[in-house]
Design a protein around this ligand. Structure first.
Ligand code: HEC
Length: 138
């Protein structure tokens, strides 16, 4: 009986998490009380060589799994929208705005490319100039 109860609440918690995750990725905008992802989190989750969203998008496309690619691209685009809301460790504000706007555009274009199942456009969108921004702001 007790164990059943625990299991039920565990499922409820999992369900809530799934709903929250789905909400975040579909609308590409956080709930009011959701914390802004910081630069480090965006970089690690977005661009880790094997576990990052870019790697996941590319792997999914390689397997012809466009729906998975689209799901990852949604989160990447959400990160893209939020990067510029952070304050970089160094560099001037105008340059940060320009480069983060560009990053937001690229990640948005990547999402559109997965919507269109367009591998060429996806590759172009994900050709992000990491170094330009790191040199100025990291
Ligand atoms: C618009 C600016 C911008 C772009 C574009 C950008 N980065 Fe970054 N990245 C940063 C900043 C700023 C930091 C430093 C964050 C800090 O120290 O708080 C950073 C840090 C990182 C880190 C270290 C994260 C950590 O805390 O361990 C990695 C890894 C990284 N970036 C990968 C990439 C890769 C790969 C690309 C290109 C595909 C890229 N970044 C493009 C701004 C950018």
């Amino acid at each position: 009986m007790f164990r059943k109860l625990i299991r039920a609440s565990l499922f409820a918690a999992l369900g809530m998490t799934a709903v929250l995750l789905a909400y975040g990725s579909v609308t590409a905008s956080p709930a009011a009380d959701e914390k802004l992802p910081d630069i480090s989190e965006i970089m690690k989750k977005g661009h880790n060589k094997t576990e990052g969203y870019v790697a996941k998008i590319n792997a999914a496309v390689k397997d012809g799994k466009w729906e998975d690619a689209q799901k990852y691209a949604k989160t990447l685009a959400f990160f893209g929208e939020n990067l510029g809301k952070n304050k970089p460790p160094k560099g001037d504000a105008a340059s940060w705005k320009k480069l983060t706007d560009k990053y937001a555009e690229s990640t948005k274009a990547a999402l559109k490319a997965t919507d269109d199942k367009d591998a060429k456009a996806l590759k172009a969108a994900l050709n992000i100039n990491c170094k330009a921004c790191h040199d100025a702001h990291k």
